[in-house]
Write a protein that binds this ligand. Structure first.
Ligand SMILES: Cc1cc2nc3c(=O)[nH]c(=O)nc-3n(C[C@H](O)[C@H](O)[C@H](O)COP(=O)(O)OP(=O)(O)OC[C@H]3O[C@@H](n4cnc5c(N)ncnc54)[C@H](O)[C@@H]3O)c2cc1C
Length: 382
């Protein structure tokens, strides 16, 4: 992992990094095997993270957050990879869900929900995907129909990160089912004691086993009209398009951190492991392949640091965020595959972190908008 401080960092951020690293290494990493078995983290860990100020670090202090910037979110994402803590869904919670509320919520909504997300009293999730609709978000079938002072939500969602533990879910639904994009609105559902809301099974995945990815069901769920995010219906699609750039960037940040960690672990292993009387690193194939990986890591680092700096300055455009997402996650998967090979059979064993880096990488090309959709977006700007 790089020891050079990125240009977008400073003393305050490095102190935050240290705090995050200690928490992740001491409080989370030792529990990862158990969390993987049970398919979710312990609920309590969210409160601990909240107490330390590790949740919602870029939400203003007046709403209970850390008062920082996206750089804090980036540091958290990097440190989670470094500590191999894939189970705690803080990116969805802090970088995504809290920011929808911050950007589009009324003052009353921000004061009502953000402090609970920042403290870990609430775990946040966002429910876009449905069994029949993923990439084509305009075609969601979930209905959120106004009835007097309430909205009535009917539909089902799948693959929802933090789905099992979520206390607050931003639901993508149609307030006008006869319209495509213009019919979409975002509704906030607080799950505790809510009639008609239920959770399906925690889905078994090929990686990220400790992440509670779940199905969610809404059967005549009634929420107050005041739970519409923002004040007017039909804004949901635009809100999603605006926020997805930050979601894509944080996935790319994690991808680059994973590339760097993968290289690091592979260098250590190949310099130690002997075959034919010499370290595996000494074979020309190993050195050349790792020279390529080191080059990829360097290019990815320069690119992501530039994207972060641009985002901090409010200048990261949509196609560049999409480029960052598809390219870094593609590289993450390629690098994980190449590097696992150098571990031989040990690379296929769960106790070797390289196997985890390999299986956890694969989803990166799929969620947050598939890499095909990223190229679709980029091509519209060419
Ligand atoms: C572990 C995990 C966590 C997730 N977390 C969340 C979450 O928290 N919240 C949430 O809402 N969703 C979540 N998702 C869902 C994820 O965002 C979707 O799976 C993803 O958007 C793709 O949708 P889909 O699975 O329906 O695939 P589809 O949309 O059916 O796509 C199938 C294939 O067709 C391709 N394709 C589709 N349209 C086009 C096109 N126009 N051009 C070219 N190719 C195309 C896709 O790229 C893909 O390869 C998660 C998924 C997983 C597996």
């Amino acid at each position: 992992m790089p020891t050079i401080r990125p240009a977008w960092s400073d003393d305050d951020l490095e102190a935050f990094r240290e705090l995050a690293r200690t928490f992740l290494e001491k409080e989370c990493a030792p529990n990862e095997p158990r969390w993987n078995e049970q398919q979710h983290v312990d609920r309590d860990i969210w409160r601990k993270a909240g107490e330390l100020g590790l949740l919602c670090p870029s939400i203003p202090e007046e709403y209970g957050g850390g008062g920082g910037s996206f750089a804090h979110e980036a540091v958290m994402a990097e440190e989670q990879i470094r500590a191999l803590v894939g189970s705690l869904g803080t990116a969805v919670h802090s970088t995504i869900v809290a920011h929808y509320i911050l950007e589009y919520g009324t003052e009353e909504q921000k004061k009502r929900w953000l402090p609970k997300l920042a403290s870990g009293e609430y775990v946040g999730a966002i429910a876009m995907t449905e069994p029949g609709t993923g990439s084509d978000l305009q075609s969601v079938k979930t209905k959120a129909i106004r009835a007097g002072d309430e909205y009535v939500i009917d539909g089902s969602k799948t693959f929802i990160s933090n789905g099992l533990l979520a206390d607050l879910i931003i639901v993508v639904g149609k307030t006008d089912p006869h319209n495509a994009a213009a019919g979409i609105s975002l509704l906030v559902v607080e799950t505790d004691g809510t009639d008609g809301f239920s959770r399906g099974r925690v889905l078994k995945k090929i990686g990220q086993h400790g992440q509670d990815t779940s199905e969610l069901f809404f059967d005549g769920v009634r929420v107050p009209a005041g739970n519409l995010l923002g004040e007017t219906e039909g804004q949901g699609f635009i809100q999603l398009m605006q926020q997805l750039a930050q979601e894509r960037l944080v996935l790319a940040v994690g991808a680059v951190a994973a590339i760097e960690l993968t290289l690091d672990l592979t260098l250590k292993y190949t310099k130690d492991r002997q075959a034919f009387g010499k370290p595996v690193f000494q074979f020309q194939n190993t050195r050349f392949k790792l020279a390529e990986v080191a080059t990829t890591a360097k290019v990815a680092r320069v690119f992501i640091d530039d994207c972060i700096a641009k985002h901090l300055a409010g200048q990261l455009d949509v196609p560049t965020a999409s480029m960052a997402k598809w390219w870094t996650t593609q590289m993450q998967c390629d690098v994980a595959d190449e590097c696992l090979q150098f571990f031989g059979g040990y690379g296929y064993m769960e106790e070797y972190p390289i196997s985890r880096l390999y299986t956890d990488a694969r989803i990166q090309k799929i969620y947050g908008g598939t890499n095909e959709i990223m190229k679709e977006i980029i091509s519209r700007f060419l």
